[in-house]
Design a protein around this ligand. Structure first.
Ligand code: SF4
Length: 127
């Protein structure tokens, strides 16, 4: 294990409501809901890319620079394999297609954090 100064996700516990919207966007599985709050469960699982930031309706997620365990793809691989059985697939809020039928991406609309499939995305953009 090696520690270095790097970018990593920070969760403001006072703002976090534990809604869980930030869990799925994290491909590394670094965020879980524990005791009603989102947590980065191991620093080595968070690459600091920040894909989770946009889905938080409370603005509880930011990126900070601090001393942390280095990101480890090997640790992510082990972790993701273990949690695949608990994964909850996402559906498009417009058409209801699941991510097994069409890729879905997180978006913000009218103050809500939603998932939209790539078929419905053009209609959202162009009206
Ligand atoms: S999306 Fe925001 S409010 Fe919801 S669990 Fe994640 S950090 Fe907490």
């Amino acid at each position: 294990m090696s520690i270095k100064r790097r970018s990593i996700v920070k969760i403001d516990e006072d703002k976090c409501t534990g809604c869980g919207l930030c869990v799925s966007p994290c491909a590394e599985g670094a965020i879980e809901i524990r005791d009603g709050k989102a947590r980065v469960i191991k620093d080595e699982l968070c690459d600091g890319a920040g894909f989770c930031l946009g889905v938080c309706p409370e603005g509880a997620l930011t990126i900070e620079e601090r001393e942390a365990e280095e990101f480890s793809e090997e640790a992510v691989h082990r972790h993701v394999e273990g949690r695949i059985k608990n994964y909850i697939p996402q559906k498009c809020f417009r058409c209801g297609r699941g991510e097994d039928e069409q890729p879905v991406i997180p978006c913000r609309s009218a103050g809500e954090s939603l998932w939209v499939c790539t078929r419905c995305l053009p209609a959202l953009i162009h009206g």
